[in-house]
Design a binder for this molecule. Sequence first.
Ligand code: IDP
Length: 132
Amino acid sequence: MERTFVMAKPDAVSRGLVGKIISTFEARGMKLVSLKVMTPTEEIAADHYAEHKGKGFYPGLISFLTSGPVVPMVFEGKSAISVGRQIIGATRDPAPGSLRGTYAESIDHNVVHGSDAPESAKREMGIWFPEL
Ligand code: IDP
């Protein structure tokens, strides 16, 4: 069993897509381990997206993530990280039927985040769920 970090971004919360995200993961055999609702601080957003600091889209990325409530989650399952990325869809040209392929309005308003590797899953769970 593996754990992955998943987050419904502010557009998912405002558009009422949180339930759809959770039920899609559950339908693929993923078990919800942790969940909360919070509006990210600049600090937590900067920590989460540290690898993108300095890029042209970074200021917009941080202001988007801090614009309203998000729902950070941890899911557990077999190959949870790669299955999660498949469920969510790629950053660019997400597959039809994936969450981003179905719901993303653009590359920067793309509804959901999911860890892309074991190290990032561990790092992101530490940022959003320091109490775990
Ligand atoms: P990921 O969310 O699919 O893991 P990352 O490369 O980690 O993709 O980028 C983080 C987020 O930054 C993406 O989900 C997307 O919203 C945004 N992003 C990435 N590249 C661009 C870009 O070239 N223009 C605008 N936004 C971008």
